[in-house]
Design a protein around this ligand. Structure first.
Ligand code: AMP
Length: 212
């Protein structure tokens, strides 16, 4: 039976990096609500402006809109796919249960766990390429040449607008309050696995692959 692999963890834990690796190397589609919202906010519409403001503040977009985009985006998938950054609230977890049963898929959640001090450092050091989305970190995964993408050397790397100190602290607080409780829920329903998000990217990748 096809699965929905949910990568869950605080902002900065490395979910996005790992999800991208799984897509690249294993061909499992990565669906990131954060990436979809970043794309969406580029438009010149009242909704896009609202998304932009909410994201810049580090707050969450409404459950309804988020579910709508997840539902639309996952419709075309025929096999297992990865959700990166969804669900983040109890309501979203419920909506996902309904979607999974409609799509005839089981849910497997994998927590990527990292201590708080490390999260802040990762977030403030994070840079990405706006052409291919490759994620770097000035501390732990620097590009070969200063501040340009390895694959698109013509492009200066970008620091995400919501990776500033104030939004980071809001995002971490929201994670603790709204998203962390989902871990108990998945644990109780025996669908939670955990990997240590510290250290070598490849080792974390191998630990995830073993579980899926
Ligand atoms: P991320 O790239 O996953 O850190 O997401 C960046 C931002 O997008 C978040 O801080 C939220 O503003 C928004 N976002 C992403 N996923 C969700 C979600 N599941 N529910 C609500 N807002 C989300």
């Amino acid at each position: 039976m096809a699965k929905i692999i949910v990568l869950i963890g605080a902002p900065g834990a490395g979910k996005g990096t790992q999800a991208r690796l799984l897509e690249e190397r294993r061909g499992i589609p990565q669906i990131s609500t954060g990436d979809m919202f970043r794309e969406m906010k580029k438009a010149d519409t009242p909704l896009a402006r609202e998304v932009q403001a909410t994201m810049a503040a580090g707050e969450l977009i409404s459950d309804e809109l988020t579910f709508q985009i997840v539902k639309d985006r996952t419709k075309r998938e025929t096999g297992t796919y990865i959700l990166d950054g969804y669900p983040r609230t109890a309501v979203q977890a419920e909506q996902l249960e309904a979607l999974a049963s409609e799509q005839n898929r089981t849910i497997q959640t994998i927590e990527v766990d990292l201590p708080k001090e490390e999260l802040t450092k990762r977030l403030t050091g994070r840079r990405s390429c706006s052409i291919c989305g490759e994620i770097y970190n000035i501390y732990s995964k620097p590009p070969k040449k200063d501040n340009v993408c390895d694959f698109h050397p013509e492009m200066q790397l970008k620091h995400r607008a919501d990776d500033n100190e104030e939004s980071v602290s809001t995002r971490l607080a929201i994670y603790d309050e709204l998203t962390k409780p989902l871990l108990d829920y998945y644990e109780k329903t025996k669908r939670l696995e955990k990997v240590n998000g510290e250290g070598d990217l490849e080792a974390i990748y191998r630990a995830i692959v073993k579980l899926i």
